[in-house]
Design a protein around this ligand. Structure first.
Ligand SMILES: [Zn+2]
Length: 85
């Protein structure tokens, strides 16, 4: 069977289902803060994510920065600390 034939038979839709299911599971396991934050230092939108007793930082490069809360991201605050130290 060629790729085109498998697409025509809806095989690619099956794959998409698997992908969307796994991303749904990921959301289930993560508790995100309800707001995104903009770092005024590096100008990146970031978010704290609590996941299985860990705190992860997720960075979003393609989200509009308008109207977001401003807070220095952990990466920049580490830089500041290392400069001082
Ligand atoms: Zn930053």
């Amino acid at each position: 069977m060629t790729i085109l034939e498998s697409v025509a038979l809806g095989k690619d839709r099956e794959n998409n289902k698997v992908i969307s299911k796994s991303s749904y599971d990921t959301k289930e396991g993560k508790i995100t803060d309800k707001y995104l934050t903009v770092c005024p230092s590096c100008n990146i939108v970031w978010e704290k994510v609590h996941w299985r007793n860990k705190i992860l930082i997720e960075y979003y490069h393609e989200i509009p920065r308008y109207g977001k809360r401003k807070e220095i991201c952990p990466e920049c605050s580490e830089k500041v600390i290392s400069k001082v130290g």
